[in-house]
Design a protein around this ligand. Structure first.
Ligand SMILES: O=P(O)(O)OC[C@H]1O[C@](O)(COP(=O)(O)O)[C@@H](O)[C@@H]1O
Ligand SMILES: [Mg+2]
Ligand SMILES: [Mg+2]
Length: 335
């Protein structure tokens, strides 16, 4: 049902981007149906290999990657860079866009019926395949994600605020639900994978220790914690009710720059968050002002409500000696 109906209402979408956005939505609604069948359909969560970055690949990672590359051909996209592919693919030599994609984000959640998504980032193609992507994140002209959850929704920015669409299950069209999404200025929630506590750098440990100290600590408030292990789901919650997300670099082998990929995850999420009134950094520098030298390069990522971001930045600004003094003082109070 619905595959012949235009997948999104076109109002407010820049004409030059409409074919690509429509293609993303078209694949999005098809994936949404396949994901919704869960155990009744093909086993989408089975392991099928390893991608170039060394991450395990699930059947749905590969299926989604192929579906997006196919659907985006002939939509103005010249260069297609995917988390699941080592090299950039030239889809159309006459295209004017460069599109980076995490076809399926949160893949550890495929089999457990928890929200997963697709993250995308669009630049003007310029100066060749690699040069089109290896530039400042602020050069993005559009970015967003599709979340496959209890509702399937598209969150997208074209640089003038954030638009929020939801897939109507009856009509199979992404309908505009809100055209200027703003995230709350502050909140009492944070999201981090706390199992890595012992590997974190001092500023992150000190900040989280102070959050855990609650009303009795220096922040003088109690916090709540969430960790879904789907960046899209975490982003969607923070856009809706505020909060802070942290995936810092840590001392594990291969994690010095965290886990998330700049081109496919950090840059597009940072663009959306900034456009919604939030902030995104690596702890010190805005993600939007950074560039990487490798397509699959990782980047520490901290983002969320501006008040919480300002606070966590202070911990990173402290000279190392002071942070560790702070930290050892706090540790006296830990059991
Ligand atoms: O399992 P960890 O280390 O907590 O990592 C969770 C993070 O990994 C990711 O699942 C990585 O994305 P992929 O599923 O696209 O590899 C993020 O969505 C999430 O924030
Ligand atoms: Mg991902
Ligand atoms: Mg992925």
């Amino acid at each position: 049902m619905g595959s012949t109906v235009a997948p999104i209402s076109p109002e407010g979408i820049p004409a030059a981007l409409l074919p690509a956005i429509s293609a993303l939505c078209s694949v999005g609604r098809s994936l949404s149906r396949q994901i919704a069948r869960g155990p009744l359909g093909a086993s989408l969560g089975r392991d099928v290999g390893t991608n170039t970055g060394g991450d395990g690949q699930k059947a749905l990672d590969v299926l989604a990657d192929t579906a997006f590359a196919t659907a985006l051909t002939g939509t103005g996209v010249r260069y297609f860079a995917s988390e699941e592919r080592e090299e950039i693919v030239e889809l159309d030599p006459t295209g004017h866009l460069a599109l980076a994609i995490d076809p399926l984000d949160g893949s550890s959640n495929i089999d457990v019926n928890v929200s997963i998504g697709t993250i995308f980032s669009i630049y003007e193609a310029s100066g060749g395949a690699e040069a089109s992507f290896l530039r400042r994140a602020r050069d993005q002209i559009a970015a967003g994600y599709i979340i496959y959850g209890p509702q399937t929704s598209l969150i997208v920015t074209f640089g003038q605020g954030v638009r929020y669409y939801t897939l109507d299950p009856e009509t199979q069209v992404f309908e505009l639900a809100q055209d200027h999404l703003r995230l709350p200025e502050q909140s009492g929630e944070f999201a981090i994978n706390a199992s890595n506590y012992r590997h974190w750098p001092m500023p992150i440990r000190a900040y989280i220790d102070d959050c855990l100290a609650g009303e009795e600590g220096p922040h003088a408030r109690n916090y709540n914690m969430r960790w879904i292990a789907s960046l899209v789901a975490e982003t969607h919650r923070i856009l809706t009710r505020g909060g802070l997300f942290l995936y810092p670099g840590d001392a594990r082998r291969g994690y010095t720059r965290g886990r998330l990929r700049m081109l496919y995850e950090c840059a597009p999420i940072a663009f959306v968050i900034e456009q919604a009134g939030g902030k995104a950094s690596d702890g010190l520098l805005a993600i939007m002002d950074q560039r990487v030298e490798d397509l699959h390069e990782r980047m520490p990522l901290i983002f969320g409500s501006p008040a919480q971001m300002d606070r966590v930045t202070v911990y990173h600004d402290l000279p190392p000696a002071e942070t560790s003094a702070l930290f050892s003082e706090r540790s006296l109070f830990r059991v």
